[in-house]
Ligand binder design. Structure first.
Ligand code: FES
Ligand code: FES
Length: 168
């Protein structure tokens, strides 16, 4: 087992799939998944706000389920399938949630947006015909300091609508 030069800690092998690509690395046991994504893989679309599981900015999908990457260790994601905001879509071929947030102006500064996009992507997959109350409930674990949430709720409903259109 090798050791991290900076931290003097033993390193552990980790292999996980991120946005469809397998990555193998060695990380200290306490390396957070959020730090692994941002610093080791340079996927800085995942934002870190509170680092305490409160704000939701760091949300990624692990095997399709929203997870706080600031509360998860990189070694805990070993052999799992992680999707970050970078893996949702491309500028040319946006994911329904990206399209909806753009159409409905569901963001201002954008700091919270990656966490909303991943959360809502999983939600509309599971419930492509939500009520407004269900849309509000779905985003209740994500904090936004800018928008007042109205356009985010509209974006959730529009993302569901696009998802329905795409599957009909
Ligand atoms: S940074 Fe992870 S929940 Fe706030
Ligand atoms: S758009 Fe600024 S925090 Fe949500």
């Amino acid at each position: 087992m090798s050791r991290s030069p900076e931290e003097g800690e033993p390193l552990h092998d980790v292999r996980l799939r991120v946005n469809g690509v397998w990555h193998e690395s060695q990380v200290p046991a306490r390396r957070l998944l959020s730090d692994f994504l941002r610093h080791d893989l340079r996927l800085t679309g995942t934002h870190v706000g509170c680092e305490h599981g409160v704000c939701g900015a760091c949300t990624v999908l692990v095997d399709g389920k929203p997870m706080r990457s600031c509360l998860m260790l990189a070694v805990g994601a070993r052999d799992h399938d992680v999707t970050t905001v970078e893996g949702l879509g491309t500028p040319e071929e946006m994911h329904p949630v990206q399209q909806a947030f753009r159409e409905c102006h569901g963001l201002q500064c954008g700091f919270c947006t990656p966490g909303f996009l991943t959360t809502v992507a999983a939600f509309v997959e599971e419930n492509p015909d939500p009520s407004e109350d269900e849309a509000r409930e779905a985003i209740s674990g994500n904090l936004c300091r800018c928008t007042g949430y109205q356009n985010i709720v509209k974006s959730v409903l529009r993302a569901a609508e696009i998802t329905r259109e795409n599957t009909s």
